[in-house]
Design a protein around this ligand. Structure first.
Ligand SMILES: *[C@@H]1O[C@H](CO)[C@@H](O)[C@H](O)[C@H]1NC(C)=O
Ligand SMILES: *[C@@H]1O[C@H](CO)[C@@H](O)[C@H](O)[C@H]1NC(C)=O
Ligand SMILES: *[C@@H]1O[C@H](CO)[C@@H](O)[C@H](O)[C@H]1NC(C)=O
Length: 480
């Protein structure tokens, strides 16, 4: 496996040189989750350029998307690929390694370092439907990696939701009783392969789901409600949650197991507590906290090895079952534009926007100014059931629009989703195409992007619309 030995060596040598020449401290590495459940997808190469421009060297994918992996080839970015929960029961590990790992890895390839087996497969709301497939799939995959000589390079992990463990105070943390056996097998496997425990931590969801949750405890700016736990005091939800996991791992005999944060972040829209300021304060507070190397009361001086922010881009086609905020987790909007000032601690002071984004033409669909809108309800409902109107609701960036602008917003979302197909702005004569941007204040009327070069022929436009409707239906079916 000569080519892989080379790619293993190079970063090590480089890193030692870096240490020798600059005396840099070893910090937590900041990566991002790159989800693609979007109606308007950027070209993968545009996304990889965005990662590079922001000096982001770790990325987590939710599957083994071949276009993303191809775009990541030769980028030097370390990659975690995922295996969706639904695939675990019929999982063919040899084939997976061949199709989704070996093919991309090696010199000049994609630097796949981790495979996430399932995504939060033990989530309480799944009612246990995936949990028995996780360990067998992992053991099979490990055998396949061994046979391909990749086991020392590609590590297996299982991203867990923080609902896998519980307690009133961090030091009493334990895994949910029904998971004890699986967790014992899982952490013993992780330990014998020097793999970290992966956990997703969301103080936003604690705040959103619980009106008693002290708001300042979700952030890193100090709190009037610290949690007292024996000799330790907790000033933020992240530390408290992290140490609850440390305690749970300690109970199973793995007090030293490395922990990686697979997802963490704050949404900017679609709920009262989801806004640009809160997201910036949370993410910047988190990054500063990690880079301070302070660690937590149970792991002083030892913060998580890596964290992956959730997420890179907004994903406007995600299910809104958790809440309207679900489509607004990006540090960048769907088209790769920075939403707020954020210093990732990676060398740039702020975020750099995506370049060479392929937008559709600058035109919007709005409610016809001189038509009577009393019959618009069905059109409005249908437009918003297919396209994204989440910003119109309470706490959203467009919740202050009047009735007519509301309709325009819905019409435009649908029109862009249909790749500006002329017919999609008809709405029985109630719609009208305009060349003037109807955006007001923080409420942005989007112009779609395309991951392909635009063709001027109407025929190809129509084909694209059908393609997007199909994607919409598939996404709907998967998430409904
Ligand atoms: C490889 O990954 C793709 C994308 O996630 C998936 O559709 C396919 O089923 C995977 N192959 C195997 C053999 O699991
Ligand atoms: C933004 O969210 C924070 C908490 O998440 C909240 O305290 C604040 O009032 C919100 N700001 C606005 C303008 O809604
Ligand atoms: C705009 O639409 C949203 C979502 O349907 C609704 O909650 C809101 O009340 C509407 N506003 C007006 C002024 O009609």
């Amino acid at each position: 496996m000569g080519s892989c030995d080379l790619s293993l060596l190079t970063p090590l040598v480089f890193f030692s040189l870096l240490l020798a020449s600059h005396h840099v401290q070893v910090h937590s590495a900041i990566g991002v989750n790159w989800g693609t459940v979007s109606f308007h997808k950027l070209r993968p190469s545009t996304v990889v350029d965005l990662l590079k421009a922001n000096k982001i060297t770790r990325v987590k994918l939710f599957d083994a998307n071949p276009d993303a992996l191809r775009a990541l080839m030769g980028s030097g970015i370390q990659v975690m690929i995922g295996i969706p929960n639904e695939m675990l029961s019929t999982f063919n590990s040899d084939l997976f390694v061949r199709q989704n790992i070996s093919r991309f890895i090696g010199k000049g390839g994609a630097d796949i370092r981790y495979v996430a087996v399932g995504n939060e497969p033990f989530l309480t709301s799944y009612g246990g439907q995936f949990q028995n497939y996780v360990v067998p799939a992992m053991l099979n995959l490990q055998q396949s990696l061994l046979r391909s000589n990749l086991a020392s390079y590609v590590k297996l992990v299982v991203p867990c939701n923080a609902d896998a463990y519980q307690s009133n105070v961090p030091s009493q943390g334990m895994f949910r009783p029904e998971l004890t056996q699986i967790m014992t097998q899982l952490v013993s496997f992780l330990d014998s392969n020097a793999s970290p425990f992966l956990v997703n931590i969301y103080p936003f969801l604690s705040l959103y789901g619980n009106s008693d949750f002290p708001q300042d405890y979700a952030f890193f700016e100090g709190t009037s409600h610290p949690v007292l736990d024996g000799p330790n005091t907790y000033y933020n939800a992240f530390d408290g949650n992290f140490d609850t996991l440390v305690a749970a791992l300690t109970k199973l005999g793995y007090a030293q197991m490395p922990i990686v944060i697979g997802e963490i972040g704050w949404p900017t829209d679609g709920a009262v507590g989801a806004n640009l300021t809160a997201a910036r304060v949370f993410n910047q507070g988190l990054i500063n906290h990690l880079l301070s190397n302070k660690g937590t009361p149970l792991r002083p001086g030892s913060p998580p090895a890596d964290i992956y922010l959730f997420g890179l881009l907004d994903e406007g086609a995600k299910s809104t079952l958790p809440g309207n905020f679900e489509r607004h987790w990006g540090i960048f909007s769907f088209d790769g534009q920075a939403k707020y000032r954020l210093n990732l601690g990676l060398g740039n002071r702020g975020l750099k926007n995506a370049k060479n984004v392929q937008y559709l033409p600058s035109r919007w669909c709005v409610a016809h100014p001189s038509r009577d809108m009393t019959q618009v309800a069905d059109h409005f409902t249908r437009a918003c059931s297919e396209a994204d109107c989440t910003t119109l609701n309470d706490g959203g960036s467009c919740s202050q629009l009047g009735e007519k602008d509301n309709i325009s917003y819905a019409f435009n979302s649908y029109y862009q989703l249909q790749m500006q197909n002329e017919k999609s702005c008809d709405f029985d004569g109630l719609g009208m195409v305009t060349f003037l941007d109807p955006s007001v204040g923080d409420c942005r009327f989007l112009v779609g992007v395309t991951d392909k070069h635009l063709s001027s022929s109407a025929k190809s436009m129509a084909r694209w619309s059908i393609y997007h409707i199909c994607i919409g239906v598939v996404v709907w079916a998967l998430t409904a």
